[in-house]
Structures are given as structure tokens and as C-alpha cells.
Design a protein around this ligand. Sequence first.
Ligand SMILES: NC(=O)c1ccc[n+]([C@@H]2O[C@H](COP(=O)([O-])OP(=O)(O)OC[C@H]3O[C@@H](n4cnc5c(N)ncnc54)[C@H](OP(=O)(O)O)[C@@H]3O)[C@@H](O)[C@H]2O)c1
Length: 328
Amino acid sequence: MTDTDTMRAVVLDRPGPPASLVVRELAIPRPDVGEVLVAVKAFGLNRSELHTRLGLAEGVTFPRVLGIEATGLVAKCPGGELEVGRQVAAMMGGMGRVYDGGYAEYTCVPVAQVIPFRSALDWGTLGAVPEMLQTAHGSLTIGLDAREGDTILIRGGTSSVGMAAAVLAKQRNMTVLSTTRRAAKAPALRDIGVDHVIIDDGDIAAEVRTLVPGGVDAALELVGTPTLPDTLRSTRVHGVVCFTGMLSNEWTVENFYPIDYLPRGVRLTAYGGDAGDLPSAVLQEFLDSVEAGTVSVPIDRTFDITEIAEAHALMEAGTAAGKLVVTI
Ligand SMILES: NC(=O)c1ccc[n+]([C@@H]2O[C@H](COP(=O)([O-])OP(=O)(O)OC[C@H]3O[C@@H](n4cnc5c(N)ncnc54)[C@H](OP(=O)(O)O)[C@@H]3O)[C@@H](O)[C@H]2O)c1
């Protein structure tokens, strides 16, 4: 690689429709000490990038190479923290928001955002994992303190985070109830081990309580504030609801009066993650389990970087079940 080398990157000049995502030749970034240049092999698509494209994200400056995560090989690491050629995942910490992110052939990130691993899995599979695993793992551990044998309701169950949470919950021998608004997606949920699929019409607490008398131990809210009161009503006294996602694009509660809003004794918390919440050992153990065939990675479809607008349109349509991945 020379200083004149360029790379293909997906640039968003300003918020707009999927066609606003343009593949362009840019200079390959040059890492300083404390940074890592990653040769990107694959990246997963995230709702956060949809928010950015739609102009809903705060604190994002343009033009911007989107992408809050990427998976690939260390190309340069001036500080020597990671050896060149090491397999790594990079995520969060402002990637694709305040500095250029993972929708590119190379991405340059602070070393704190990089997690090393070793795996023989294909890059399409590896690219799907980091962000959804980090969010699902963080929600189950930090957010919900989930225990073996607990019951869990996953609201927004067909999202990539929701499906990853179901996979992790089944690893913990939990009973999993997952929602979708579309009955056609129920088989995709059953395939990853979900025990009860609930078709979400916005009012499911009674059905949840028929399946789990008294209410679930834990609930992961990924749809947002429109469904949050019903999710709280689905949860037992001293059970916990963790607000992690807002697929509805609604995330605030007007005139929050706790005694009216919260059912007695039900606990409400929230989770917002960073790379540090996914220890290298947890990522490695998950990838090893995938390689051994004991765990599946919920992937809906894999694209080429030139198909980024089509991939974003599919994410916006909400018809996927699982992760959308781009390989390079
Ligand atoms: N807190 C954090 O650290 C963190 C990190 C990453 C992601 N997140 C959040 O987690 C959520 C899931 O992200 P993702 O990337 O996994 O999503 P995703 O895979 O793009 O989710 C797609 C699914 O969302 C459902 N959906 C779409 N619009 C909806 C609506 N208006 N109401 C209800 N369901 C809707 C659809 O399911 P059905 O058609 O089957 O109903 C669709 O299959 C997002 O809100 C994201 O912002 C949070």
C-alpha cells in the first residue's frame, strides 16, 4: 500500500433515500499511534445507519462514510497493540457517525474499538456477528442480569439484535417468547429455538400471561415507547424490562409519571453499548460455537458493496428476518 492508494467507500453527502449512498474512491486513511487500520472483509447493516441516512441521528456530520461496525484484518497498527494480519472486529465509539466508519474497503479506528478473534468461518458470517452480539450480550448481562432457566420476552424478535438475544438466551436454557408483526416470519424464529412466537398487534400482555402465568422474568424492548407499557404489563413483579431499541423510531415518553406508567414492582432499565461490553473471550466463544454447529447466526441476506442502496432499502422496508451483511 502506498500513500496514493485509494479505496472504495460508501459515502453519504447528506440524509436522503437509499440512492444517496454512493460508492466513491477515497484515500485510504493513515492511522496514528493508538489507531488501527482495518482491511474490511465484511460489515453488518444496522438501524443506527438507517437513522443516520434518514437524518434522525444526532451529532453526525457529513459527508460521512457510514458504518458502526466492520470485520476484517489488521492492515496497519502503528502502536503495535495488534499484529498485522490479525482477524478483528471494530465497532461503535463514533464509527460512521463522528469519523468515517465500516462501509469501506478500509476503516481507521481507535484501538479501544477493536476486538481480536480467530476463526475459520466465512467473512459473511463473521461480518454479521459483532454489533448484534455485543448488543444482545450487553442487554442480557448488564441490562437484564438474565439467569439460567428465566423466561424472556423479546419485543422486536425478528430484528438482528432480537434474534441474537434469542440464540444467547437459549444457550442459557431460558424460555424465549419472541414477537413479530408478520406471521410469515414465525418459522425463522422457531428455527433459532424460540419457544413461543407471538404475533404483535401492540397488545400482547394477556397472551404472554397465558403462556407464563404471573408474567415473564425479563423483557427486552426493541420496538420502542409505543409498546413499552404493554411490555411492562407482560413482566412479573420484580422482573426487569430493558429498553435497548426503538424500531418504531419512537423513544421518548411524554409526561412520564412513574406511578401511573410503571406497573407495581416491575423494574425498568436501559442499555446502550460499546465495544468494551463485548469481551474478546465472549466473541471468541460465540464464534467457536458457530463453528462447532451448536449456535446459528441469524443472517437474512448477504450483498456486494455495489448493492448498498438495495440493502438499505431492504432494511428500511423491514421485511428481513435477521442480519443484512455486505462482503467486500
Ligand atoms: N442500545 C444499543 O446499544 C443498540 C445497539 C444496536 C441496535 N440497537 C437498536 O436495536 C434495535 C434493533 O436493531 P437491528 O439492527 O437488530 O434491527 P433490524 O434487524 O433492522 O430489525 C428489523 C425488524 O424490525 C421490525 N420492525 C421494523 N419496524 C418496526 C416497527 N415500526 N414496529 C415494530 N417492529 C418493527 C421488523 O420486524 P417484524 O416485521 O417481524 O415485526 C423487522 O424485521 C434498533 O432499534 C436499534 O436501533 C440498540
